[in-house]
Design a protein around this ligand. Structure first.
Ligand SMILES: [Mn+2]
Length: 314
């Protein structure tokens, strides 16, 4: 019998698993990747009686592999807030899916655990760009919110890149750094090395991003482009979240140049967090949630079509 923990390499995925494994320690094989590596179940070879936990990756994007591992006899605990498609009826599947726009996986895990590791869940909500949710769930708990927001943002920042080689930490290694602590406050008081490395990388990448070119600008949306570099690929998603928080009435797209086209991050306006996924899904390699979505590769030839579709969506 084997155990697998399959989780998104962003703050929401990592901190969902930290909570679960604090509550229920278990030796597992970790399966994760960049934030955009979402077809993670395809990497699991499961058999009869295996336990698979899946966190913060779309069931829709993993539908075939989910059926494959269930039919192979594995038990699956699946927690997520992305577009799920049809949830299969299977006796070995325990699915906790909530796609409401103000929800994240770590907060669903928090609900499953009765709030046992609330400070981690709050950190994850900040990191997944849900500051309102984070603050609401922090009420009545004496938490250093500014610090947790910063840590959540930095863990989330670490998940972005064109490949895992771009990342400052492999998400499995970052998980290993965090898993031994009941709270983010304990983590921060014991070890600032990780935090400092993430923060230094973030500040340097951000400084470069603030010099980005604006490709298209209307009342309701901005599209900006970043040059082809590891720093651009790391900062694009978090920078998108920051622009979204700074201009809540506006949609944003950040296009990072790559061979033959662009890597795209889309953020719906904070005031109306819908439309990002339907825009992304108009393109071959697009996916995501209503509030935040992306396109892995937008070919140069489709740039005009993207600008047009973006203007129509927002
Ligand atoms: Mn998430």
């Amino acid at each position: 019998m084997a155990n697998f923990d399959v989780f998104n390499g962003d703050a929401d995925g990592i901190l969902s698993l930290v909570q679960l494994r604090r509550a229920e320690p278990r030796a597992t094989t970790l399966i994760t990747g960049r934030k955009r590596d979402i077809k993670l179940l395809s990497r699991v070879q499961a058999g009869e009686g295996d336990h698979i936990t899946v966190l913060d990756i779309s069931m829709r994007s993993n539908a075939e592999d989910l059926l494959r591992v269930l039919n192979a006899g594995a038990n699956v605990f699946y927690v997520d807030h992305h577009n799920a498609g049809d949830i299969p009826e299977h006796v070995s599947l325990n699915a906790v899916i909530d796609t409401s726009p103000e929800m994240c996986t770590a907060m669903l895990v928090d609900e499953c655990l009765g709030g046992a590791y609330r400070a981690w869940a709050v950190t994850a909500a900040f990191g997944d760009n849900f500051p309102k949710l984070a603050r609401a769930k922090a009420k009545g708990h004496d938490l250093p919110l500014d610090k947790l927001a910063r840590l959540g943002m930095l863990v989330n920042y670490n998940g972005y890149g064109g490949s895992v080689e771009d990342l400052l930490y492999h998400p499995a290694d970052l998980y290993r750094e965090l898993e031994n602590f009941d709270t983010p406050m304990d983590f921060l008081s014991e070890n600032m090395t990780v935090f400092d490395k993430l923060e230094a990388g973030y500040e340097m990448d951000l400084l470069k991003a603030t010099h980005a070119d604006i490709l298209d600008q209307t009342e309701t949306g901005h599209i900006i482009t970043l040059p082809d570099s590891a720093g651009s690929r790391r900062i694009s998603g978090v920078y998108g979240n920051q622009l979204a928080q700074d201009s809540p009435g506006r949609a944003h797209a950040i296009l990072t140049a790559q061979e033959g086209g662009y890597l795209v991050s889309i953020r719906a306006p904070i005031k109306n967090r819908t439309g990002a996924d339907t825009l992304a899904l108009q393109f071959e390699t697009g996916g995501g949630r209503s509030a935040a979505a992306g396109i892995n590769h937008l070919p140069d030839a489709e740039l005009d079509r993207f600008i047009k579709a973006f203007r129509e969506a927002f």
